[in-house]
Design a protein around this ligand. Structure first.
Ligand code: AHR
Length: 525
């Protein structure tokens, strides 16, 4: 570029920036940092990894002999990336796959080769089994959330799996675990009792499911000495998959039974599955879309709030003390599969829209933190709304990955209510709140604010008035991109990556400029 062209480009850029500031909407927010809400449980940042497509095989597991750098068969690049997210828990082995998974196929030297009829009918080599999963979560520093097979398994099979994993005494199963390389009992943080038992998990009625639930809850025991008193394994029952009467009746039935439960069984959580699809079967494209589809998908995603409120209200009738958590253990965007991919592999792109969608959902969970104490985005790698996409030795971090990274400080922080009115963003009769925001205080006393500017056309001049907190310094990061459907690719991995943002402090006010279609996290101390 000549000097003249550089100057002209700089002037043009300056003009665009000034124009965006002139057009910017002013949004004022206020908060009182001394008002404490519920703890935002770190488990709402959980992940879901199913034996589906390239989620496990290639995404996590390449085998110890692979040319791709690995530790005992688990990809090093993926582990390094996930460690930065401080992933609290990983749900495994499914999903629908869990109800056809027989754990004995995935232990020992000789693994049975089976099929994966749910997801493309492909060969399941079972080379990634109990030991490999537990190794993986240990490498990334997460807890295990195991979904046991209620559909085609039995209480005995599930009970034996738990004994195999957790018994410390020299039972035959514990000795088998030791012979397979792990003498010490594993710690299993969470137990999922069935998966979508109203549908792919066996199309059960609430009554039939309840009769099974009581048996599994009673007999599938965790024997780990470390978990007998403290850190007990939490049991999660199958919950609703939507807001229609079929689902509200399901929640009623389980919660009513729980209210009357005897000493012999119990649950600590009720799951909720809700994907942002727009329409079923998934037809929205994950890339190459315009503002109409952007608005439609975001409108559909914020319905999560109403869905949670609806089921929480039912739970409140039977459990006003909120002992049973609502566990949103499958959520995220589900779009049309990418052309040329196996229909059973659920392969889609991940764009800036997905980053905004993730932020809006995480904020909804945070606002319901008293009841929503766990959530698992679907799915961790290469499937649906993934954190990471791999292709053989290559790996790229998605816009959704960066949102999870920016939100790390919110893990276990205390929710601080905020008040603001930013109006709505409208597109073709669709309205979505223009701005969303949450705040929280971490254990070191730092204040954290997240602000999402949903509007793809207008920037926001944002001003926050703080009471109960003296701001001395503030810093932050923002995630945006040129287009609503911008993605990161192997060749251009940083198109959607966080950049520093400057924050001004004026007395009790914080001021910052929010770019259109952006996610910003700032810390104040
Ligand atoms: O995440 C993909 C599938 O969606 C899961 O296997 C199932 O539980 C849900 O229907």
């Amino acid at each position: 570029m000549t000097e003249h062209r550089i100057l002209r480009t700089a002037i043009l850029l300056g003009m665009v920036l000034c124009a965006s500031r002139v057009n910017a909407q002013k949004v004022e927010l206020s908060l009182d940092a001394s008002t404490a809400g519920a703890k935002i449980d770190r488990n709402i940042f959980g992940q879901f990894a199913e034996h589906l497509g390239h989620g496990i095989y290639e995404g996590i597991w390449v085998g110890p002999d692979a040319a791709i750098p690995n530790t005992r068969g688990i990809r090093n690049d993926v582990v390094t990336a996930l460690k930065a997210l401080k992933v609290p828990n990983v749900r495994w082995p499914g999903g629908c796959f869990a109800d056809e998974y027989h754990w004995r196929n995935g232990i020992g030297q000789q693994r049975a080769v089976t099929l994966n009829p749910n997801w493309g009918g492909v060969i399941e080599p079972n080379t990634f089994g109990t030991r490999e999963f537990m190794d993986f979560i240990e490498q990334i520093g997460a807890e295990a959330y195991i979904s046991v097979n209620m559909g085609s398994g039995s209480p005995r099979e599930a009970a034996e799996w738990l004994e195999y994993m957790t018994a410390a005494q020299p039972t035959t199963l514990a000795k088998e675990r030791a012979a397979n390389g792990h003498p010490a009992p594993y710690k299993i943080g969470y137990l999922g009792i069935g998966n979508e038992s109203w549908d792919c998990g066996g199309n059960m009625t609430p009554d039939y499911y309840l009769s099974q639930l009581k048996i599994y809850s009673r007999f599938v025991r965790n024997f780990s000495p470390a978990q007998l008193d403290k850190q007990q394994m939490l049991k999660i029952a199958v919950g609703p998959g939507g807001g229609e009467p079929r689902w509200t009746e399901w929640t009623q039935a389980i919660m009513k039974a729980w209210q009357q439960h005897t000493w012999s069984w119990d649950i600590n959580g009720l799951s909720l599955h809700s994907y942002t699809v727009g329409k079923w079967p998934p037809a929205f494209t994950s890339v190459g879309f315009g503002e109409d589809e952007y608005a439609e998908i975001l409108k559909s995603t914020v319905e999560m709030d109403e869905l949670i409120a609806k089921h929480s209200a039912i739970m409140d009738q039977y459990d006003p003390q909120k002992k049973v958590a609502l566990v949103v253990d499958e959520w995220g965007a589900w779009y049309a599969r990418l052309p040329g991919t196996n229909p059973g592999f659920l392969v889609q792109e991940n764009s800036l829209r997905d980053a905004i969608l993730a932020a809006l959902n995480l904020n909804i969970f945070a606002r319901h933190a008293d009841r929503v104490r766990m959530a698992n985005i679907a799915q961790m790698i290469n499937v649906l709304q993934a954190m990471i996409i791999t292709d053989k030795e290559k790996m790229v971090l998605t816009p959704t990955y960066y949102v999870f990274k920016m939100y790390v400080p919110f893990q276990d922080a205390t929710f601080v209510p905020v008040a603001f009115n930013a109006g709505t963003y409208r597109r073709d009769g669709i309205t979505v709140p223009r701005v969303d925001a949450i705040a929280a205080k971490d254990t070191n006393g730092k204040l954290w604010l997240e602000i999402t500017n949903v509007d793809p056309g207008q920037a926001v001049e944002f001003e926050a008035t703080l009471t109960g907190f003296r701001a001395k310094s503030a810093a932050g990061e923002t995630l945006t991109a040129p287009k609503v459907d911008s993605v990161n690719t192997f060749k251009e991995p940083d198109t959607v990556a966080p950049k520093p943002v400057s924050v001004e402090i004026e007395g009790s006010k914080l001021k910052l400029h929010l770019a259109p279609k952006s996610i910003t996290v700032i810390s104040v101390q």
